[in-house]
Ligand binder design. Structure first.
Ligand SMILES: Cc1cc2nc3c(=O)[nH]c(=O)nc-3n(C[C@H](O)[C@H](O)[C@H](O)COP(=O)(O)O)c2cc1C
Length: 202
């Protein structure tokens, strides 16, 4: 994205891009820095910073998605039915990398205990922060000419990933942000009528 683009332009350019590749100019260290900073700058209730993230690029991206493919093969069962799913999962594997987004449930529990008056809000707020972080990563990637999509193979894949990467028990997997070079842009998007969504009091 060039510098004279507005935030709204960036928002419009961010789409769910599924044809992703590895034609990426940034180094893994640059990408990791960008994503870490992006998550760190994401707001959270009481500045609770409940989001955790795990980064997988290159070979780790292959290993991660191979693991997901094998788990999903077990879940789907019927080899014929799995063909379509496998093709889709191999599409994610071809991307440059994945950011696994977690909520630290211990951090949420601590907030609930320390702030009983708001206890019932903290889990919802942690989910909102996952949403904001996902969107921020998506925009940050797009600003660097990378495409992305958001996946949710949790909770099916949680135990495999936990065992493979030593993820703490308190981390709950909430989303997988898959990113890479844009090999084919997203198609046109439908919008529901403004009349349905918005009311102006003016
Ligand atoms: C909370 C949330 C969950 C989503 N989950 C998935 C998902 O599991 N798989 C997927 O392919 N897309 C997922 N998406 C992407 C939406 O389908 C997509 O954003 C929507 O259709 C609008 O398209 P756009 O992203 O191109 O603007 C998710 C988006 C959000 C915000």
């Amino acid at each position: 994205m060039s510098e004279d683009k507005t935030f709204l332009d960036l928002q419009k350019a961010r789409r769910s891009v599924y044809a992703l590749g590895r034609d990426v100019d940034m180094t893994d260290a640059q990408l990791e820095d960008l994503f870490k900073e992006t998550i760190k700058e994401t707001p959270s209730a009481f500045n609770s910073q409940t989001v955790r993230a795990v980064f997988a690029f290159g070979d780790q991206q292959d290993a991660l998605w191979d693991m997901i493919i094998e788990r999903m093969r077990q879940v789907v069962g019927d080899p014929e039915a799995f063909k379509k799913t496998e093709a889709k999962l191999n599409g994610f594997k071809k991307a440059y990398g994945t950011v696994l987004l977690y909520t630290d449930t211990d951090a949420v529990k601590e907030l609930e205990e320390n702030n009983p008056a708001y206890a019932q809000n903290f889990y919802d707020w942690s989910e909102q922060t996952i949403g904001i972080s996902s969107y921020a990563l998506w925009l940050a990637a797009r600003e660097h000419n990378l495409g992305g999509n958001l996946q949710h193979y949790n909770p099916v894949i949680d135990e495999d990933i936990k065992a493979a990467y030593g993820i703490p028990d308190s981390w709950r997997l909430r989303a997988q942000f898959v990113f890479g070079s844009i090999e084919q842009p997203a198609g046109a998007k439908d919008y529901i009528d403004d009349d349905v969504r918005f009311k102006s009091l003016n």
